[in-house]
Design a protein around this ligand. Structure first.
Ligand code: NDP
Length: 274
């Protein structure tokens, strides 16, 4: 019998996850079907229940349900616990198991696909929402020299830094929170836009001198040229990337969790860029 999976979101129509997982299934010969499921804003847990009753094996979770998924699951992986959010569900006889593959997706895209190492680098993470929380630990695990978090609402960045300090696992990295107006005079090697400004074309109040020579500017948004990417090109970033590779890499990790097979991501990224 064909195993069924889906991405749950609201909205969900725009999601590329079915294309990605269908390509992975074809490539690896897996008998599975992957669809999109729109859940009402107050109906996430009911949607999961219906999927389980109908024999689905698992799901991806997208906006705005990643936090609700975190509270719904019976078992959490350590990285989902660290992220405080869940984007991958596995349904089994014991209940619902939750993981978060966003961080591993970002790190793989930057380190493997773009061949840029985090080690000993100065990293600026812009944003303190769910996506930023999800990538924080996976970035720190790569031993950057410095990680600065900046966010419109500074308190959220300060809370993220405090949590890292309290956990005490990353004493070898200097982790700080800066307001946007504290940034001038500081240049970074890897600058990651984890805000949702790419969706609205809003401009971030970034100083032009944050891009060190040879730097990477990475926007988690995909499928379009964002104002951040344009700004980075104009002000000296050597490499500029959108988040399509991250999307495919996080999907590949979810696929591995479900099917225990690592699909090849490069042909799928290339296919989506056509
Ligand atoms: P959240 O809603 O949780 O967080 C949004 C963040 O953007 C907050 O830090 C918020 O700041 C900031 N922000 C929003 N508008 C502005 C603005 N006008 N000026 C400055 N900052 C602003 O969203 P997520 O963290 O879940 O997602 C962020 C982005 O990452 C989205 O574009 C999403 O599509 C993308 N993403 C991509 C993935 C991929 O695989 N490529 C995976 C996951 C996410 P404040 O705290 O002040 O409100």
């Amino acid at each position: 019998m064909t195993d069924r999976y889906a991405v749950i979101g609201n909205p969900v129509e725009h999601s590329k996850s079915p294309d990605i997982h269908t390509a992975f299934a074809l490539q690896t010969g897996q008998d599975m079907d992957y669809s999109k499921i729109f859940a009402p804003l107050d109906g996430f847990s009911r949607t999961v229940e219906i999927m389980r009753d109908n024999g689905f094996k698992g799901a991806n979770v997208t906006v705005p349900f990643k936090l609700e998924a975190f509270h719904l699951v019976n078992q959490l992986t350590e990285r989902a616990h660290d992220a405080g959010a869940v984007n991958t569900l596995v349904f089994n006889s014991d209940g619902v198991y939750g993981d978060n593959t966003d961080g591993v997706g970002l790190v793989r895209d930057i380190q493997q696909n773009l061949a840029i190492s985090f080690q000993s680098k100065k990293v600026l993470l812009i944003g303190a929402g769910g996506a930023a929380e999800g990538v924080l630990h996976p970035i720190l695990e790569q031993h950057p020299h410095l990680l600065v978090i900046t966010n419109r609402t500074l308190d959220k960045a300060l809370t993220m830094v405090k949590k890292v300090e309290e956990q005490g696992d990353f004493r070898f990295v200097s982790v700080n929170a800066y307001a946007f107006h504290d940034l001038p005079g500081n240049a970074f090697d890897i600058i990651i836009n984890a805000t949702s400004t790419g969706l609205t074309d809003a401009n971030l109040p970034l100083p032009p001198d944050i891009f060190a020579s040879g730097s990477l500017a990475y926007d988690m948004m995909y499928g379009r040229q964002t104002p951040f990417m344009t700004f980075a090109r104009q002000h000296g970033a050597r490499h500029v990337s959108d988040g399509l590779g991250m999307l495919v890499e996080q999907a590949a990790e979810a696929f591995f969790i479900w099917r225990r097979i690592h699909p090849e991501t490069a042909p799928v990224i290339a296919q989506l860029r056509l």
